[in-house]
Write a protein that binds this ligand. Sequence first.
Ligand SMILES: O=C(O)C(=O)C[C@H](O)[C@H](O)CO
Length: 402
Amino acid sequence: MRIAAARVIVTCPGRNFVTLKIVTDEGVTGVGDATLNGREQAVAAYLAEHVVPVLLGRDPARIEDTWQALYKGAYWRRGPVTMSAIAAVDTALWDIKGKVAGLPVYQLLGGRCREGVTVYGHAAAETLDDLLTDVARLTDAGYRAVRVQTAVPGLRGTYGVSADPRTYEPAGSALPAEAVWSTPRYLAHVPGVLARVRAEFGPELRLLHDAHHRLTPIEAAALGRDLEPYRLTWLEDPVPAELQEGYRLIRGHTTTPLAVGEVFNSIWDCRRLITEQLIDYIRTSVVHAGGISHLRRIFDLASLYHVRSGSHGATDLSPVCLAAALHVDLSIPNFGLQEYMPHTAETDAVFPHGYRFADGYLHPSEEPGLGVDIDEELAARYPYRPASLPLNRLEDGTLHSW
Ligand SMILES: O=C(O)C(=O)C[C@H](O)[C@H](O)CO
């Protein structure tokens, strides 16, 4: 069997997604997500110009060899654009392999390690009372783990809080919108929020919080300490992760578990944090960390060091990525949690899929392959719309991490 065609499909059913569809000379197809929020066209061009020509005529069964060819063959290794493009190819080839074998991909990865994939949902609101209502919405729906974000009084545009709590769309305008940030206000506000949610919902509900790369290590250490009484499952992205020594400093001061990795692209970004046991959850995703093959490699390394998976799963990762993530989640020994934000009805229609949510768990499709596809005709009705992630400024105007 040979790869006969590979199509790059950019569509915007409410938000932009980039999908690669590989077609073999025997008519078997596979799909892979290549969406990089706010930089979609860079990956689309990388795929169309530099990857598709290399794929044509290759044996689709040679997944690892193709991965190595794209990684080593570029010479310019790693980075989000390259690794998202490689991810799309890798994911599509696993999809094809599953279809050819007549098995869901998780069976090819070693089979089930659990009955379902525990997911966490997102509760977010402007006020504490509305937040409690939103957490209740999720627990009523069966979620066992909830990420909790609120607006910080006095600040415009706090991360994670949108007008409609059921949607999360940070890339809301063609050019970057600007939000305002104050670490002192945030640090004064958040512990009270978690205290109230814990008091209201009791000890069983797993609670998470995302600082979204905004703190310094010592600020994060103080927050981690303040949050200890509320027994978080994790504090996410406490500091920008370029300076990984920062995690040692945080670790030295708090037992609040730490999660990071959604912006990481390769095992090399994760190695130190994992092998020095500076984190508890690694949040790399299929789409941004080189596909199913490379994600497995990262999670295998993590398993040696008591680090569990906690894959990124915001709505800017397409249903193709989520479907693939579930096959990985089901088959690894050190699964932790999977992030889950349901996509809109328009997105779900463009990406028909067989995964389903029940009682706090997601279950992958039992169809051969990944159990997800793209309806190309429908996708063509939603042309690309430029959309940028926001900027964040301190109250005095200084640019800060968003
Ligand atoms: O899901 C999360 O934890 C995020 O932080 C989501 C990111 O802001 C989002 O994927 C950026 O595109």
